[in-house]
Design a protein around this ligand. Sequence first.
Ligand SMILES: C[S@@+](CC[C@H](N)C(=O)[O-])C[C@H]1O[C@@H](n2cnc3c(N)ncnc32)[C@H](O)[C@@H]1O
Length: 265
Amino acid sequence: MKDTYPQKDINQQTYKIQNGELSSRTEHDMLLDTRLLSLSRELLPQYGGNWNFHNMVTLKQKALSRIIYYHELYQKILDVPGVICEFGVQWGASLALLQNFRGMYEPHNVSRTIFGFDTFEGFSTVDSKDGGFAEIGDYSSLPNYEDTLDEILSIHEGLHAINHIKKFELIKGDASRTIDAWLENNPHAIVSMAIFDMDVYKPTKDVLEKIMPRLVKGSLLVFDELNCPQLPGETIAVQEVLGLNNIKLKRHPLQSYCAWGVFGE
Ligand SMILES: C[S@@+](CC[C@H](N)C(=O)[O-])C[C@H]1O[C@@H](n2cnc3c(N)ncnc32)[C@H](O)[C@@H]1O
């Protein structure tokens, strides 16, 4: 089982897929990364009360790009009713971003519940359509990590307005299955934004098919691994369910394999 992301040697170079981006990191990059991590560990306990702000001194371009990308996505759903569903949460970085953007841009919108679906045990299925790169268990986090993430998200929520109403939920399990109970338990739910970041074919196809009746014209569909040679399953799922000819997909200059489209356009 791989560590937290798939990695393989291609042409004697190590390529890694991290946050949907294929990157070739040199020895030099890795040395700098390791040094930044040890500086970060050294400094964190010494920042004092404003530790979270000062911690930005070690924030790298890649993480910042992700924040900007998610920020722009969030702007696109401000006038679209409905909940947000992220399929593929892992450590919860993007879920926490979404929660913070809700706190900033629509603190009084109690209807914008954010749902995060994950096995929290990595890939539970890998199909032949996934191209041979993905393996069962890839992208696992920690045992019972959903409890830690629930606490982190509760803390974020506690720092925002109307914090006595819980506006997020983590749904553990294979999303191909958990989506059925979620649809049944949430008959009111319109999906304003569905983020697909499970990387693999089967759950992406199953979930996309099943949530389709809950989309409105204007709902945002976000895909994290489109046109990705190492993980073709997500593209194949979109092709089989929506048809690549039928949705106008756009990419963002800061993200290689991410694409988004407005349903009905
Ligand atoms: C690339 S990570 C998600 C990263 C996250 N969106 C972020 O930006 O930080 C992929 C996640 O999809 C989850 N996943 C893969 N197959 C799944 C399935 N069938 N059901 C639920 N989650 C699944 C994995 O457990 C993993 O945590």
